[in-house]
Every structure is written in structure tokens, then in C-alpha cells.
Design a protein around this ligand. Structure first.
Ligand code: MG
Ligand code: ZN
Length: 213
């Protein structure tokens, strides 16, 4: 809608790469962000908006890791909308920012229908959730720019069938980039970090100019 368009224009003007991160509850969004901030906040200027029905528990887990974190409680609404993102952005200084990650409410259904003005939609599914999430929630996966299989360290214990999962993801979204990682062991994190580093416009420009000096 109009508000999402307005957000997107603003993010582009300010040179901020905005990620809308979505998954079912417990797929590991907050855990991945904890690790991401620990590893990247010294080289990227990152802010996080955390959406939850109640409590700012996720925001509390992310505070003190070198990024600005703004909790948004949605009350009874099971997704974030462009206007709540716009309001959260009023307390964030967008200008120096490289990356804004919006941790959406844990829900694989309706967040798919709400454009927040993001540049990139990232959908997580964990190895502990089974392989059939893409088949059960096709709209969410269809619109993903990136699908991240999380908790690869637990794959064996969970009896995760990787080939089946990849085939299911590919049957719904042949074009999305696919990352497989563990925020715990660190395996596979480089793909995710490279995406953030390469997509952050200002960071990229700084490296370009440093390279030409
Ligand atoms: Mg969370
Ligand atoms: Zn909803």
C-alpha cells in the first residue's frame, strides 16, 4: 500500500538495507540476530525492530550488542504493518544506518501479506520444524528473497531430511537464495553476513572509495 511505498522511498533515500525477517515462533530469528549483532555490529551500523504480540523479551536479548533495538508490541495483531514500522523508525536515526532488520511476529501466515517497505524478505525454517513448512505455507515462501534453514547443528538429532526440505523449498520458490546455517556453531553464517555486507549501500560505497584511493 501507500505507507509501505513511503517507507521504501525513505529507506532508499537514507541508504538503508531493510530486511523483513519472518518465520514461525521458535525458528531462531532472535538467536540469529544475537549472533549477527555480536559479529557485525562493529563493522555495520545495524538497527533492529522486534515485533511481538506482548513483551519486549526479544528486544531485551538484543540490547547491549552494539545496535539500536526498538521493540514494537502489536497487542492482538499477529503481524507488523507498514505504519507500525514507520512509527518505530521515528526513534531511529536512519541516516547513519547501514542495515535495518525487522524481526516480524512469529507467524508463517499473514505477515506474508503485509509489505513493510523492505528491500529483502527473509524466511527462516529450522531443522527441528520438519521439512514440510514450505508446502504448508506456500505464500510465505513464494514471496521470499532468501530462505534460511536454521539450527543445522540439530539436523541429525531431529532426523531432518535435508534433500526433502530443499526439494520442498525449491518446489515453492525456485528463485530464492537458500542459506543453511547454525547460529550456535557458526556453520554457514558467512552467506548471511555476505548478503548483509554486500547489500548495505553505504558500506559498499565506502569500500569502493577505499579501494580507489
Ligand atoms: Mg524472536
Ligand atoms: Zn496477522
Amino acid at each position: 500500500g501507500h505507507l509501505a511505498m513511503h517507507n521504501r522511498e525513505r529507506f532508499e533515500e537514507e541508504g538503508v538495507f531493510v530486511v523483513n525477517m519472518m518465520s514461525s515462533p521458535g525458528a531462531g530469528k532472535t538467536r540469529l540476530l544475537e549472533r549477527t549483532l555480536d559479529d557485525l555490529a562493529s563493522i555495520l551500523n545495524i538497527a533492529v525492530i522486534t515485533g511481538d504480540l506482548q513483551t519486549d523479551n526479544d528486544a531485551q536479548r538484543l540490547w547491549g550488542r552494539g545496535a539500536q533495538v526498538v521493540p514494537v508490541t502489536t497487542g492482538t495483531t499477529c503481524h507488523l504493518e507498514a505504519d507500525s514500522v514507520s512509527r518505530a523508525c521515528e526513534v531511529i536515526d536512519l541516516n547513519p544506518l547501514d542495515v535495518l532488520v525487522i524481526e516480524n511476529v512469529g507467524n508463517l501466515v499473514c505477515p506474508a501479506s503485509f509489505d513493510l517497505g523492505e528491500a529483502c524478505r527473509v524466511v527462516l525454517m529450522s531443522t527441528t520444524e520438519g521439512e514440510d513448512k514450505p508446502l504448508k505455507y506456500p505464500p510465505m515462501f513464494k514471496l521470499a528473497d532468501v530462505v534460511i534453514v536454521t539450527k543445522t547443528d540439530l539436523a541429525d538429532a531431529a532426523g531432518f531430511d535435508r534433500e526433502k526440505a530443499v526439494a520442498n523449498i525449491r518446489s515453492v520458490t525456485p528463485q530464492a537464495r537458500l542459506f543453511e546455517l547454525s547460529a550456535k556453531s557458526g556453520e554457514g553464517l558467512n552467506d548471511w553476513y555476505t548478503l548483509l555486507l554486500d547489500s548495505a549501500p553505504r558500506h559498499f560505497a565506502a569500500r569502493e572509495s577505499a579501494a580507489t584511493v
